[in-house]
Structure formats: structure tokens, C-alpha cells
Design a protein around this ligand. Sequence first.
Ligand code: FAD
Length: 272
Amino acid sequence: MLLRQVEYARPGTVDEAVRLLSSREDARALAGGQSLVNVMKTRVAAPELLVDLNRIDELRDVSTGPAGELVIGAMVTYDELIRSDAVRAARPILADVAVTIADVQVRNRGTVGGNLCSNDPTNHLPPLMATTGASMTIRSLEAERTVGADDFFQGVYLTAVTPGEMLIRVTVPTLGPAEGDGWASVTLGRDGTGIVNVAATVSAGRARIAIGCVSATPVVVEADADEVAVPKAVADASLDPPDDVHASADYRRHLAQVLAWRAVKQALEGAA
Ligand SMILES: Cc1cc2nc3c(=O)[nH]c(=O)nc-3n(C[C@H](O)[C@H](O)[C@H](O)COP(=O)(O)OP(=O)(O)OC[C@H]3O[C@@H](n4cnc5c(N)ncnc54)[C@H](O)[C@@H]3O)c2cc1C
């Protein structure tokens, strides 16, 4: 289906982009376009102005901050994440998971910022942000603010980024010496959409676990990092996942417990 008529701007700086985004009520940032263009084609979204972020070089960097933390520009693609030495050194789980997102076309175009700002409950990156202690920096015309993952994800396709604002970077702490990350998922086919996704980070015998695909935002659970405590903590979270053509709610609840332990086990192996 053809797109409805839409105005298009391609700014070269963040300042210009936020000015454009706040100039009109229905202006939307365009990143990789892998989600936005599809919803525009089906008329689920019909913005009046698209602000294309692809020419803003300052959003395309992956670097290491003074404390070794990873600083990832919003327009870094999954493919750039996968190939980044800084990511491999500081938080390899990000690259390990990004390489399982969909297919090479999606990985070449899809961006970290687009993945987080769309906050589709089946997306891979939100649970990872919730366990790794990531923070998101948001710019408006007037100010810049930084929001932790627990406050960033607010609902289906809803985040702390409000109209007129844009996400500019994500900061992920480097993995500590006795810490480990893990990921486990069951997908529709190889590298397909998640039925349940689980990220986990283990530190000093405690696990922080984030479960995706079972609610509007990642469900975060904490537990001792052992085979009994982890499934019990997930069971006690009283998950209320969707019941659809791909999986029943009961099956998703069961998967959440099994995958949580798999993700924690991988994290424990990394921490050893
Ligand atoms: C066939 C297919 C399969 C897929 N499978 C998966 C999968 O298994 N797992 C997965 O995680 N993803 C999957 N995706 C989604 C893909 O990862 C998208 O790339 C992602 O959801 C959106 O990223 P994008 O860069 O394309 O953003 P866009 O589509 O350009 O934008 C998405 C939304 O975010 C907003 N936005 C983008 N950047 C910013 C910013 N910097 N500041 C403020 N708002 C911003 C846009 O306005 C828009 O509302 C799939 C996509 C396709 C087409």
C-alpha cells in the first residue's frame, strides 16, 4: 500500500532534529524505518512530518566512557553493535543478542534507538536494558535528561520519550569482574519473533531477571541465582501473558520459568 502524503526533513544535527520534532504536534522521528514505515503503510500511524535521523553523525557512535561504560548513540544499528569492539569488551551480551534479531536486512537498518522507542513487547533490547542497568538520555528543545530502564518503558509502544523529544544515547555500565549476563528465548522459527525472551544479570549471587513478551513492558524479578529460587520468583510474579495463536498464556508462564533459569545459568557461567 502507498504511504499517505507526508512531509520529510533530514536534519544534520541533534539541535535541528529536536527543533523540527517540536515544531509540529504530529512530527515523528524516522530511524531504521523497520517498524515505523510498516505502521504508516497500514495507516496505523499517519505522522504529518517525518524527521529522518540518518544523517546525524553524532548519533552513530559507540564509545567507551571514563568508567569503561558503553555509550551507544541512538542511531547505531544492530549490525554496528554486533561488529563493535567496545561492545565486545564491555558488554558482549548486547552483540550476542543483536545477532539473533530477525534477518540481515533488519539488522542492517534497525537501530538501538528505534528498538527501544518502539518498545514492542516482543523486541529483544528492552529486557536487556532492564537487567544491564542501562540508562537512556533524552533531549528536548530546553533540556537533556537521563532515565533508567525501569522508568523508560511505560507501555506497549509507549516510553518516557514524549512528543517533541528524542532519545540520543544509551549508557550501559561495563560488566564487573564477578558479574555475568545471560539470555534465553523461544522464538517463532530461528531468529524469529519471541514467544518469551529472558535477560538476566548475576552479581554477588543475586540475579536480576527481565522477562519480555509477557506484558507491555519487561517484567523484572530478583532472586538468589539458583535453580530453585529463580523459577519460584518467576512463578510468584503472577505473570499475565497474552494467550494467542502462537502460544497459550499457560505455556508462556511455563516458558518464563524455564528460560529464566537458562538465562541465569548462562550469566553464572560468565561470572565464574
Ligand atoms: C521482519 C521484521 C522482523 C523483526 N523482528 C524483530 C525481532 O525479532 N526482535 C526485535 O527486537 N525487533 C524486530 N523487528 C523490529 C526491528 O528491530 C525494528 O528495527 C525496531 O523495532 C525499530 O527500529 P528502527 O530503527 O527501524 O525504528 P523506526 O521504525 O524508524 O522507528 C520506530 C519508532 O521509534 C521512534 N524513534 C526511532 N528512533 C527514535 C529516537 N532516537 N528518538 C525518539 N523516537 C525514535 C520512531 O518515531 C517510531 O515511532 C523486526 C522488524 C521486521 C521488519
